[in-house]
Design a protein around this ligand. Structure first.
Ligand code: FPP
Length: 264
């Protein structure tokens, strides 16, 4: 039984919504484009970086909710390869927040049986952050609950480019033949290797864009766009998105299951 009393108290609206979702309809992998921090801050007359600071609370709360809902994999888009173009102060603040998050939250990840993995060009981040990330990976490696992936200096195109480069290198070394490369090979050489493709991709703040996130992996992913700005995103919003997803009919390019049996 999922441990949901803290995120959806008995009798609450979110609890009722949660109880309406058949267990087998829960997504196995939820990915989130966390957007709207700047607008959240602007609405309050605060500097943009305050929106990012408030966004950390939403990260903490969403990781906890995903773990309690027993969602196997959660992937959050925290910093894209394009985000370096933001003002220097904003980039420095995001990196400082990441360090702070790792320092403060690692024990929560460990205690809650959460496994952690950063995805993206991690080797291009500052050494102190690389060390913090490596430490978090190591400290949580044996955990068997939620697999929490955080995309840092990540973009789908960069990830695919790196995979093609690896294929070329392996082929040059005589370790890979043309026939070895199929969709399974590509999937197994992406940063997300070992995780199923996301079933549900949530984007906050109402924007209808993919923004270079998990381009290969989202081929058949269901999208839920919520107007909620990321710093306001909480368990109730995750539950609402999961309930929306659970009502969808997924076809993966085929026909609905009911129609498939019609002629037989
Ligand atoms: C988008 O808001 C959000 C980001 C670019 C970064 C997401 C970062 C966090 C939630 C905080 C950092 C978390 C960690 C763990 C490092 P935006 O600034 O694009 O908002 P806007 O579209 O309203 O301007």
């Amino acid at each position: 039984m999922k441990d949901v009393d803290r995120i959806a108290p008995p009798g609450s609206e979110e609890r009722k919504l949660l109880e309406s979702i058949p267990p087998e309809r829960f997504p196995k992998h939820v990915a989130i484009i966390m957007d709207g921090n700047g607008r959240w801050a602007k609405k309050r007359g605060l500097p943009r970086v305050e929106g990012h600071r408030a966004g950390i609370e939403a990260v903490r709360s969403t990781v906890e909710a995903a773990a309690r809902l027993e969602i196997p994999v959660l992937t959050l888009y925290a910093f894209s390869t394009e985000n370096w173009r933001r003002p220097r102060w904003e980039v420095l603040t995001l990196m400082a927040l990441l360090k702070e998050y790792l320092n403060k939250e690692l024990h929560t990840l460990v205690e809650n049986n959460i496994r952690f993995r950063p995805i993206g060009r991690i080797h291009e981040l500052e050494p102190e952050i690389q060390q913090g990330l490596a430490h978090a990976v190591e400290a949580t490696a044996a955990n068997t609950g939620l697999f929490f992936q955080i995309a840092l200096n990540y973009s789908g195109r960069a990830e695919l480019t790196d995979t093609v480069r690896e294929a070329v290198r392996l082929a040059r070394e005589g370790k890979l033949r043309e026939d070895d490369v199929d969709e399974a090979w590509v999937a197994a050489h992406l940063a997300t290797a070992g995780t199923p493709d996301p079933d549900l991709l949530i984007r906050t703040s109402g924007e209808m864009r993919i923004s270079n996130f998990l381009l290969w992996q989202i081929a058949y992913t269901e999208l839920v766009i919520t107007p909620v700005l990321w710093p306001d995103f909480r368990a109730r919003d995750l539950i609402a998105a999961v309930a929306d997803y659970a009502r969808r009919e997924r076809r993966f390019g085929g026909v609905p299951e009911a129609e498939e049996t019609e002629e037989t």
